[in-house]
Ligand binder design. Structure first.
Ligand code: CP
Ligand code: NVA
Length: 321
């Protein structure tokens, strides 16, 4: 057992393979016990978590708000209209004040550096609820979904067909540590950020996994077990809509694209989804794991928050990753 009490959860880059496995084991443990057997498990009685959102959210907000409550803790949702953060009060001052009220802060922000400031200036664990750079909670949920579906993760190949930003960046930080190969197709000009790519290439080398970049979706999907995409227009990029729709032509995930993938390929999408990046035939098909993927956001965020606040001991067997 490795203790993660007191840590921040800003990027999977900061977490070792055994720590990531323990978070996934904890998520599986909570799911089996609370959902599976109806156990009442309230280790967070007396704890409170602040949820700062500078952008919209359905999944991250609801999974955290209900998840913290389920574990006996108190979640406090703070929309940009409710608090002064970064508007009327500096992040530094807000972080210091909030640290006096709360045991943990989850924040969804524009610039990743705002999370780093919260972590530096505050004195409670900070959890990344999405930044421009990373969305590590989403990747834990994706990994739990693939684990549930395939029975293990090691040796799977994930093909990314889409934009080079937060979601794929977090895949790149997590996949090598779990033995998952990544083949990444992004349109020219929408590649993953150079610093992230460099770090990820090193991780892939260190853990002996494949990490491959291309501008051709078919090339990425060749032999892949999992096809993943995300919106082409992330929150805050609404003004780029027309040029992005043009640049991403040929990137829609369809059964035709899946023809080059492994026979048993499945589809993931963090949601919210638009039709341009994946057609209805795939999105609503048997191959699509998007609903369990969304549900797993809850078990995984519960695992993260619990692990940063307390040493949780799993009572169900460790999955074979
Ligand atoms: N996938 C995800 O983070 O969804 P929300 O924007 O609804 O939180
Ligand atoms: N890339 C998307 C993810 C939403 C969960 C965005 O940043 O808006």
């Amino acid at each position: 057992h490795v203790s993660m009490v007191g840590r921040n959860f800003l990027t999977l880059k900061d977490f070792s393979p055994s720590e990531i496995e323990q978070l996934l084991w904890t998520a599986a443990d909570l799911k089996a016990r609370i959902k599976g057997t109806g156990e009442l498990y309230t280790p967070l009685v007396g704890k409170s978590a602040g949820l700062i959102f500078q952008k919209r959210s359905t999944r991250t907000r609801l999974s955290t708000e209900t998840g913290v409550g389920l574990l006996g803790g108190q979640p406090c949702f703070l929309s940009p209209d409710d608090i002064h953060l970064g508007v009327n009060e500096t992040i530094k001052d807000s972080a210091k004040v909030l640290s006096g009220f709360l045991d943990l802060i989850l924040a969804r922000v524009y610039g990743h550096e705002d999370l780093e400031s919260l972590a530096t200036e505050g004195s409670v664990p900070i959890v990344n609820g999405l930044s421009e750079l990373y969305h590590p909670l989403q990747i834990l949920a994706d990994m739990q979904t693939l684990q549930d579906h395939f029975g293990n993760l090691r040796g799977l190949t994930v093909a990314w067909v889409g934009d080079g930003n937060n979601i794929i960046h977090s895949f790149m930080m997590g996949a090598p540590k779990l033995g998952v190969n990544l083949k990444i197709a992004t349109p020219k000009g929408y590649e993953t950020y150079p610093n992230v790519t460099k770090d990820a290439e090193e991780l892939a080398k260190q853990y002996g996994t494949q990490m491959y970049h291309t501008n051709d979706p078919r090339d990425a999907c060749e032999g892949a077990n999992v096809l993943v995409t995300d919106t082409w227009i992330s929150m805050g990029q609404e003004e780029e809509k027309q040029e992005r729709l043009k640049a991403f032509q040929g990137y829609q995930v369809t059964h035709k694209l899946g023809e080059v993938a492994a026979k048993d390929w499945v589809f993931l999408h963090c949601l919210p989804r638009k039709q341009e990046e994946v057609d209805d035939a795939v999105f609503y098909s048997e191959r699509s794991l998007v609903w369990p993927e969304a549900e797993n956001r809850k078990w995984t965020v519960m695992a993260v928050i619990l692990s940063l606040l307390k040493d949780h001991v799993c009572t169900t067997p460790k999955p074979d990753f």
